[in-house]
Design a protein around this ligand. Structure first.
Ligand code: ATP
Ligand code: MG
Length: 576
């Protein structure tokens, strides 16, 4: 119930909110600014039946940012009306994720279950005035009577019970006299309305189930459509922002508010939900991925969940600026995953430390470098941020380099290692390839031999001689051996949601979404902390996996590969 605050640990790098103020108004802001004295009270109303995903993050950013912008409040309200699927683990993960994203809902978490008594009293009020009735049709019959968009609905045979009879039955429903599914309470609106949501919707169902918070106090539970608008009204929500699929429910919410003669009427505003390529943003499918062991859990770094993105190395700033950049629209569309990846690259490029690590190692021996000698090479921590300083990286006669940086028969434009070619070892020396060895049996490259020019220390030649290629390296004697997990899209097709139209979601799973390699990294990588990404030069952004790492067995996730930045550096170096 307080204003949004941004994460204090991140304010130095927080660009999301500054940039936001320079953008043109989104349509929700434009609506609010038409009001003479806008009073803004929003809420984020998750159902605790799963972990939050990046689509929820869009809704969170929108609601909390509106409150912050107009000096209002944003509530966190758990929509806990269905005990069958809700769990405390989800409640806690949702709170953790919202806090991590940098938002603060104030001192009190709210729950729809706090309003169960009020909602029930209101239901009795509707019954008393003939606006609701107890119906004895079972679920299947109710569906049958309701009709479809093309088939008319017909009135329930129980529609014309007297208010007295209805009140008696409703009280007995609450008292636990009837079995699950035996009766429902329904709004008495129009059995054949063109809007299906108005065809006498169910308000209460009988469910003898233990509720997370209400315990065994209730055996009837309100339907979402009955609870939602009234909960907003109780909290005096001014702008009830929701996704487009609720547009057709608005008439129902308004009907309830009118029948109850509530004067606080939240204004419902619908916006397009986020869809992203190569993933799914549907809790139902995400649950299936977890329970079917297609991923290691809700926080598997391939999941589009907030916890998965966090574990993978995404920052709250990058997610906020992504949500800001994609904007808020009235029509559904699908955002390219590249947009999300780029917001992470943009964020980390400015603040991630640079390190060197070799993912596909092969030994490189510098034949004219003294055996047993080593030295410290000064390396820049972040060329984008002078304040980040330098570190020393140990250098010696034998190094790990990428096997993919060597070609035996290189084309003319190859600027990396090949027999007779000279390249720069990043920040260190020029080396010229003098030979190589292969395994007789497999043909696999086992060693590259070079000579180095001691006059090129620091990576520049005194005589102005230029080399085009620069490669990274790690001293074998000093290298750390770590596990690195390289990720690709969870789904092989850009719009896996299409499987909802027929096939099964597993049809489109990408079998190569996870590749595990043993990598060799420079010693400074040992100081990594989970959640703090660094750049392995030329390889992308990585962070320590806080869950699977153990002393002596470090595991790193690649959050995202680099795009063009290395090509740019090589070009700059070549022009020097
Ligand atoms: P799912 O469809 O994944 O099951 P949901 O809408 O049922 O999600 P809720 O817990 O009810 O899950 O969602 C809480 C809020 O988040 C709702 O207000 C909903 O409109 C919003 N939301 C859910 N998915 C998205 C999305 N993809 N883009 C934007 N907002 C979303
Ligand atoms: Mg929902």
């Amino acid at each position: 119930m307080t204003k949004m605050t941004t994460n204090p640990s991140s304010d130095a790098h927080d660009e999301g909110s500054d940039e936001a103020s320079e953008r043109p108004l989104n349509f929700v802001q434009a609506l609010i600014e038409k009001e003479s004295e806008p009073q803004v009270a929003t809420r984020f109303p998750p159902e605790p039946n799963g972990y939050l995903h990046i689509g929820h993050a869009k809704s969170i950013c929108l609601n909390f940012a509106l409150a912050a912008r107009y000096g209002g409040t944003c509530n966190l309200r758990f929509d806990d009306t269905n005990p069958a699927v809700e769990e405390q683990e989800y409640v806690e993960s949702i709170m953790e994720d919202i806090r991590w994203l940098g938002f603060d809902w104030g001192p009190k978490v709210l729950y729809t279950s706090d309003y169960f008594e009020q909602l029930y009293l209101w239901a009795e009020r509707l019954v008393a005035k003939g606006a609701a009735y107890v119906c004895d049709l079972n679920a299947e019959e109710t569906r049958e009577y309701r009709g479809t968009v093309t088939r008319p609905g017909k009135p329930s045979p129980f529609r014309d019970r007297t208010p007295e009879e209805n009140l008696d039955l409703l009280r007995r429903m609450r008292a636990g006299e009837f079995e699950n599914g035996a009766r429902t309470l329904r709004a008495r609106i129009d059995a054949n309305s063109p809007n299906m949501n108005l065809r006498d919707p169910v308000m209460y169902r009988i469910n003898h189930a233990h509720h997370l918070r209400a315990g065994d106090a209730w055996c009837i539970y309100p339907m979402y459509d009955w609870a939602h608008g009234q909960s907003d009204a109780i909290e005096k929500i001014s702008h009830s922002v929701c996704t487009l699929e609720f547009e057709n429910h608005r008439a129902l919410y308004d009907w309830f508010l009118e029948q109850l003669e509530l004067t606080e009427r939240p204004q419902q505003i619908e916006f397009a939900r986020l869809n992203l390529t190569y993933t799914v943003l549907s809790k139902r499918i995400l649950i299936d991925l977890v329970t079917g062991s297609h991923v290691s859990g809700w926080d598997d770094p391939r999941m589009p969940t907030v916890s998965g993105l966090r574990r993978r190395g995404y920052t709250p700033e990058s997610i906020r600026s992504f949500c800001d950049e994609i904007g808020v629209a009235k029509f559904n569309s699908t955002v390219d995953m590249v947009v999300l990846e780029n917001s992470l690259r943009n964020d980390l490029n400015r603040r991630a430390m640079r390190r060197m690590g070799v993912l596909n190692p092969v030994r490189l021996v510098i034949e004219n470098y003294p055996e047993g000698q080593s030295e410290k090479i000064e390396c820049v921590n972040n060329p984008e941020d002078a304040s980040s300083g330098k570190r020393s990286v140990p250098f010696s006669r034998e190094l790990w380099v990428e096997a993919t940086d060597f070609l035996e028969e290189a084309p003319r434009k190859w600027h990396r290692l090949a027999p007779g070619k000279e390249v720069r070892l990043r920040y260190a020396y020029y080396v010229t390839c003098t030979g190589f060895e292969r395994d007789d049996a497999t043909g696999e490259l086992t060693e590259i031999r070079c000579s180095y020019d001691p006059e090129t220390r620091g990576g520049d030649s005194a005589d102005g001689r230029k080399v085009r290629g620069t490669i990274h390296w790690v001293s074998i004697e000093h290298a750390l051996d770590v596990e690195v997990r390289l990720y690709d899209h969870l789904f092989a097709t850009p719009t896996p949601m299409k499987v909802e139209e027929g096939g099964h979601f597993t049809d489109n799973l990408n079998p190569d979404s996870l590749k595990v390699v043993r990598a060799k990294v420079e010693p400074a990588v040992a100081e990594s902390e989970a959640g703090v990404s660094f750049q392995l030069e030329r390889q992308g952004y990585f962070c320590l996996d806080g869950i699977d790492s153990k002393p002596g067995k470090l595991v790193f996730n690649r959050a995202v590969a680099l795009r063009d930045s290395w090509a740019k550096i090589e070009k700059q170096l070549a022009q020097k």
